[in-house]
Structures are given as C-alpha cells and as structure tokens.
Design a protein around this ligand. Structure first.
Ligand code: CDT
Length: 308
C-alpha cells in the first residue's frame, strides 16, 4: 500500500454497569488495546465517557452528587495501567472521560495520547445535548446540560500520527460546523466517541432512524471535508437504556470501510490512507477555490433561526 497509511482501530464498548469499578473497565480497555496490538493498530479510539456508566441519566439535586464519576487528573492512579499498556505496545489512543478541573469546572472531554505516552491534546465537547433540570416524565434523563459546561475551545486539529487529527464528541457529530471547522484546518482524521440512547423521548418517531442518522452525519462530514472519520460507540443495554452501537470507520469518500457487528466490546480496524484525503480536498472540496465565505455570514454570526 502506498501513501501515508495509518492503521486505526475503534474500540467499541458494551454497557458499563453503574457499580462497575474503574479498575474493571480499565481491564476491558486494555483487553481491546492488546487485540489492537496483535493487529498492528497504531491509533485506537475509545468511546465518550468510556470509564463509567453514562451517569447523566440520573438526576442529583446537588451537581457535585456525581463527582465520583469525574477524573481530576489524567492519567489517574486507576487509569495509569491503560496508559502504561499503550506505551508498552506503542499504540496511541483517544479516551472519553468526565473532566473535573482544578477550578471546579466539569467537561465532557476526550484525551488524545501519542504512542510514546505523551498527551497530544484534550478536547472538550462543544455541543452539549439534553436538559438541565429533572424531567420526571422521561423514562430516563439526559442531563448532560446539568453536569457539563459547553466548551468554548472549539475544534482543534493537531499534527500527530503522521497526519492532521481532530476530535469531536457524540452530539458534536450531528452538526456540520463541527467537521467544517476542522476541515478548514486540513483535518485528515476525526475521532468521535458516542453514547446514543435509541429512545429519544421528545420524539420517539426518531427512534427507528437512530442508526441511519448516526451514519448519515458522519459519512456526510467525512465526504464534504475529505477526511477519515472514526465513530466509536458505547452500545448495548446499560442500566435498562438501550444504546446504539454501529461503530464505524469512514473513508473520505463517505464510504464505511469497517463496522462493528455486535453491541458489545469489539475492535474494528482499517488502514487509513491519509493521502487519499487529497482526492476530495483538491477536487470537489477544494475550499480555497470554491468556498464562498462572503455569503455564509449567518453561519458564524447568528444562532437561532430568523425567518424572512
Ligand atoms: N451523548 C450524547 O451526546 N448523546 C446524544 C443524545 C442526544 S438525545 C438527548 C447524541 O447526539 O447521540
């Protein structure tokens, strides 16, 4: 194979029980990492909030009531074995976790770690979905807006793994701005972890379309920006809530080249030729030649809809 080929894995997780200790989850992550090592993977993506159950599904009066699900440092004593195993194997990885900063701010974050164990970057989720207050009419809560701040850092792109790599988290993948912000920085590979409940309480009519929408937005984001996209789920039925699996590795053509078959812990792998991004970036989506930012003013300047 020619070009800059990076062997990428997605380490899908099945459910994590509410009482499952970090130590056991880290052991599951290391098992996926070892499988990735056997298959020559150089960069392995793990899901959003990959160390614990999806705790925003429960309301606590005091926001700090869920602080035991947050990490105050990365690596921590409990996560260090994962970092050590990755360094020994020479595999880089991305890992979603709940971040509690020294200032007491809470973010839904993802760390990107190089194959030598050094931290490349920490991304904080930008588009926080769900609601802030208890809504007992729902079969389960989606209180991300109670437990996480919206990050103002935006979507960075980093030179690493022989290419240009960016990150996004779950709901971020539904927004075209996410991909285009990174596309304008030349991104070649976007790593996206997600936890997507199949039941959408405000409009259950969307339930049967969850799988379609998941792939639709990531495939469109890949194609329209000429980039690889890795979508990696925590799927299966977790504490009674069924979540979408369907982890996928998507080429710059928008085609899915690898997809998970189960709803449990599963590794998928693809050889991602980063040079193949140029086929799209230098033709149909040659931004410098064809974009018209002068007629896109609303996109950055206006938040909600203003009808004519
Ligand atoms: N974790 C996450 O962002 N999940 C959302 C669910 C939105 S429904 C409240 C998603 O976009 O999949």
């Amino acid at each position: 194979m020619t070009g800059r080929v990076l062997r990428v894995g997605a380490g899908q997780l099945g459910p994590i029980a509410r009482d499952e200790p970090r130590h056991d989850v880290v052991a599951r992550l290391i098992a996926l990492l070892e499988q990735a090592g056997d298959r020559g993977v150089e960069l392995l993506a793990f899901p959003e909030l990959a160390l614990t159950t999806f705790f925003p599904r429960w309301f606590t009066d005091d926001v700090s009531g869920h602080d035991h699900y947050f990490e105050r440092s990365m690596p921590s004593e409990e996560t260090k074995p994962l970092f050590d195993a990755a360094t020994t194997l020479g595999i880089g990885f991305s890992l979603g976790f709940a971040e509690l900063t020294e200032d007491g701010d809470r973010y839904n974050s993802t760390i990107l770690v190089d194959g030598d164990g050094s931290t490349v970057a920490t991304f904080r989720k930008v588009h926080i979905p769900g609601h802030q207050d208890d809504e007992p009419w729902r079969p389960f809560q989606h209180l991300e807006r109670r437990y996480f701040l919206e990050s103002d850092d935006g979507f960075g792109v980093w030179r690493c793994f022989g290419g240009l790599v960016g990150m996004a988290t779950c709901n971020d993948r539904r927004w075209p701005e996410t991909y285009r912000e990174m596309g304008l920085q030349g991104v070649e590979l976007i790593l996206i972890g997600y936890n997507t409940p199949i039941h959408y309480a405000p409009d259950p009519g969307q339930n049967s379309l969850q799988g379609f929408h998941n792939h639709l937005c990531m495939q469109a984001g890949a194609y329209q920006n000429g980039t690889w996209v890795v979508g990696v789920a925590k799927g299966g039925t977790e504490e009674g809530v069924e979540s979408l699996a369907q982890s996928a590795i998507i080429a710059p053509s928008g085609q899915i080249v690898a997809q998970a078959l189960t709803t449990g812990d599963e590794l998928i792998v693809a050889d991602c030729d980063l040079d193949s991004c140029r086929r799209y970036k230098e033709t149909l989506f040659d931004f410098a030649r064809y974009r018209r930012p002068e007629v896109y003013q609303r996109i950055a300047g206006q938040k909600g809809v203003i009808e004519p």
